[in-house]
Every structure is written in structure tokens, then in C-alpha cells.
Design a protein around this ligand. Structure first.
Ligand code: PEP
Length: 252
């Protein structure tokens, strides 16, 4: 059965106090969430140690980005091994902000996926089209290309460490979401692409991201190919994030 996951990406927001308060609150609630969802907190890297002290076993931690190299003279970068060392189980790769602002290419995504998996971390690989690409009818082909290239180096025994997050760029932080039907259609299309790559597509968790809130989460998560969500802004509001975690359908 596929894992159900809700992951909160805090981006470059918060403070040590907020990190402690948020993780403490989510942890206090997580055991009462009985739909089988795995809750992942992805704080700024500098707060991972603080988060790890409070997260316990009930919450998983992730890192927002890692360097594409194992180690070395790369000032400012954090390696996948270091994230593992600090208690992370997940790493985010290919977020549209990394692609657009930091020029992260599909080749870099592929290298980072390799680093994460090589260090025993699960890779949440973000893909998604821009508004121009959607309006030009290119959404599926763009996303398919990102999936194929970003996951090109995954070996047959590594697929269990891969999660794909579909995040239409135009929906991130804008308050707009894909319709539940469009989101489901894109997730089904991603699953087909994965199958075409020889992956065990039915076993790979696919997440939706882009302006998920407490009041739209249930509708978005209802699609049969949608296994949870990647949450930005709403993951910084403790009660709202927990409500989103509760919105994942049980046993689906
Ligand atoms: C994100 O950045 O991954 C994201 C989904 O952001 P938001 O929920 O704020 O749209």
C-alpha cells in the first residue's frame, strides 16, 4: 500500500521560537490523527536540530535542499549525509523556487536525488508547469519531462525511496489551486510516466502542492492517485497544518 504523507515546507520562514512551538504543537496532535498519514516537517536547515529534539518518532523531518555533491569545498551547501546525521528522513528536491531562483536544473535534481537516496533519505521530487506552459497545452509534457530527467538515475531497488510532488507553479503561494479533477488527472499521468520508466508506479506516493489549506485539502486529497500534500504557507499555522493532515482520507 502507498504511504500517505503530508509534508510542511516552511521555506525561509520562522525563528527558533516558532520552530519549537510549531513542532511541539504538531507533535502533541499527531498521535490523535488516525488516518495513517505520515507527517513530515521541513524547517529551515538551521532549525532541524531544534525540531529533532521535539519531534520524537511520531514526526518525520526533512531538509529543503541539499548539495549535489557528497562533501567538499562548497561554501554554504549542506550535504545529504549531514541532513541524515541531524535526524532527517526526507529531502526536498526540484522545488520550483529552487528551479527558478537558484537555477536548479533537471540534471542537478537527478544528482541530488542520487545523493539523498545514497544517504538513506527519501527524496520528495517536485515537478510542475508554469501558467504559460499550462495555457499552451504543455502541462503534461513538461511534467513528464521533469519526472523522466529528475529520476533518470534511480535504480530498481531505489524506487521505494521516491515520492513525487506535483506542484503547479502558478498555484504556489498564490491562493489558486488546480481543480480536484485537474490535479487527479496530472497525478494519474505522472503514474503512467513512472510505469513507463519501469518503476513500481502503483507503490509510489504522489503528493499535490499549491495553496492547500484546511478548507480545500479534503477535496484535493480525494483523488485516487493523490496520496497527500506538500504544504507551504499553511504549514506555518499549527492548527491549520494539523487540520490538513487530518483531511487525508483514511485507508484510501
Ligand atoms: C510549496 O511551496 O511547496 C507550496 C505548496 O506552497 P503553498 O502551499 O504556500 O502554495
Amino acid at each position: 500500500m502507498r504511504r500517505k504523507i503530508v509534508a510542511g515546507n516552511w521555506k525561509m520562514n520562522g525563528s527558533r521560537d516558532l520552530a519549537q512551538a510549531l513542532v511541539g504543537y504538531v507533535r502533541s496532535q499527531v498521535e490523535s490523527i488516525d488516518n495513517g498519514v505520515e507527517v513530515v516537517i521541513i524547517p529551515p536547515a538551521i532549525y532541524i536540530g531544534d525540531a529533532a529534539c521535539l519531534a520524537g518518532d511520531a514526526l518525520a523531518l526533512g531538509i529543503q535542499s541539499v548539495g549535489q555533491w557528497e562533501s567538499g569545498a562548497y561554501t554554504g551547501e549542506i550535504s545529504a549525509g549531514m541532513a541524515k546525521d541531524q535526524g532527517c528522513r526526507y529531502g526536498l528536491v526540484g522545488h520550483s523556487e529552487r528551479r527558478q531562483i537558484f537555477a536548479e536544473t533537471d540534471d542537478m535534481v537527478a544528482a541530488k536525488v542520487e545523493r539523498l537516496i545514497g544517504n538513506d533519505l527519501d527524496a520528495i521530487v517536485c515537478v510542475g508547469e508554469t501558467l504559460e506552459q499550462r495555457e499552451a497545452g504543455e502541462a503534461e509534457s513538461v511534467v513528464a519531462g521533469q519526472v523522466r530527467k529528475g529520476l533518470a538515475a534511480v535504480t530498481p531497488d531505489q524506487w521505494s525511496r521516491v515520492i513525487v510532488a506535483y506542484e503547479p507553479v502558478w498555484a504556489i503561494g498564490t491562493g489558486k489551486t488546480a481543480s480536484a479533477q485537474d490535479a487527479q488527472a496530472m497525478h494519474a499521468s505522472i503514474r503512467k510516466v513512472l510505469a513507463g520508466m519501469g518503476a513500481p508506479a502503483e507503490e509510489i506516493s504522489l503528493l499535490y502542492g499549491g495553496s492547500v489549506k484546511a478548507d480545500n485539502a479534503a477535496a484535493l486529497f480525494a483523488g485516487p492517485d493523490i496520496d497527500g500534500g506538500l504544504i507551504g504557507g499553511a504549514s506555518l499555522v499549527a492548527e491549520e497544518f494539523v487540520s490538513i493532515c487530518r483531511a487525508v482520507p483514511a485507508g484510501a
